[in-house]
Design a protein around this ligand. Structure first.
Ligand code: EPU
Length: 303
């Protein structure tokens, strides 16, 4: 049904991120439905979608173009089929909530993503995951709106999922169908707890950080004690071995718990995080000849 409402645009709007630092959006909209999403693309300006802000760093100068936040009910629905394990869910739905709901319903799969803060749309776009699995493993179909406004239902095989990537960069994810596995709720919850326990033992979950800031790199050559060429190794381990734990740039500091986390102080600045990331990248490059790539997404002005 076409929407009759105009898309309301807020100007100079705050962008909540887990880092808790950084600038604002020149223009931000919270579309009510698909029609309004499509309308937001009509002007042809750059559109960025805000998820949970969990893996996002916004430059202190803020960001131009239009930021969309898919927080209306039309993007926050979910449906479970406990007999088949099929889960249909809107892009704005909170991943953590979905993990709880599916675990309690006795559907296994998502509990491997416990402790990953994200919306479903953000998790798909980044192919969120870790040692206990990634969301791509569970995807059947993703419903997107393409930059030209066309709606498409992409089958899993049409999506170019890889390590922390989906290739869904230009499209706007509006919902997804996931294939979970019916199981004993007690077992699913027990695994969920184990994953959470492993994470809280090795990561600074309570601090103002955006999770891992760099992707785990593939080694360009064999490094003694680390791995063979082509092997993906922990960026945190490399940063730690390069002596960067505790390294600081004004309001930003490399975590002492896990070296791939940068913690930003309250009222800190995005530029401190960015400078510290550059310094860490330089030190790891000097020590190991490995160039770390950002996992954290940086939003800054195009103009
Ligand atoms: N290690 C260190 N020092 C550190 C950090 C890690 O020596 O400061 C060592 C650990 O002791 C362990 C190894 O490195 O032997 C691997 O560490 P970990 O299990 O923490 O895994 P990781 O490869 O560093 C990845 C993901 C995390 C995910 C964890 C666990 C990436 C970039 N990171 O980290 O994801 O939570 O596995 O599943 O893929 C994220 O994406 O934001 C994130 C935090």
């Amino acid at each position: 049904m076409p929407s009759t409402l105009d898309l309301a645009i807020e100007t100079d709007a705050p962008i909540p991120t887990w880092f808790g630092v950084g600038g604002r959006a020149d223009r931000l909209a919270r579309p009510e439905d698909l029609d309004q999403v499509r309308r937001s693309l009509e002007a042809g300006e750059r559109v960025r979608v805000l998820g949970a802000g969990a893996n996002l760093l916004v430059a202190d100068e803020g960001v131009d173009g239009l930021v969309l936040s898919l927080e209306a009910p039309r993007f926050k629905w979910h449906e479970l089929d406990t007999a088949t394990g099929q889960v249909r869910v809107g892009a704005g739905f909170d991943l953590h909530k979905l993990i709880g709901i599916t675990a309690r319903a006795g559907l296994a799969g998502l509990e491997g993503l416990a402790g990953v803060p994200a919306t479903v749309g953000g998790a798909l776009r980044m192919n969120a995951g870790g040692a206990f699995g990634e969301i791509a493993d569970l995807v059947d179909r993703v419903h997107v709106i393409e930059p030209g406004g066309a709606e498409r239902m992409l089958e899993r095989g049409q999506i170019d999922f890889g390590y922390r990537r989906s290739g869904l960069d230009a499209a706007i994810v509006v919902s997804a169908e996931l294939a979970l596995t019916p199981a004993d709720p007690t077992d699913v919850r027990a695994r969920w707890k184990r994953v959470m326990a492993a994470k809280s033992a090795s990561q600074p979950l309570a601090s103002d950080s955006a999770g891992c800031v760099f992707k785990n790199p593939e080694l360009p050559r064999a490094i003694d004690g680390l791995g063979k060429p082509g092997e993906r190794v922990s960026a945190g381990r490399l940063i730690d071995l390069a002596g960067c734990k505790g390294l600081a740039r004004r309001s930003a500091r490399v975590s002492d718990v896990h070296a791939n986390f940068i913690v930003a102080a309250r009222n800190g600045h995005a530029r401190d995080v960015i400078e510290l990331m550059e310094e860490v990248r330089r030190r790891v490059e000097d020590r190991f000849g490995v160039t770390l790539q950002n996992e954290v997404v940086l939003w800054q002005r195009d103009r």
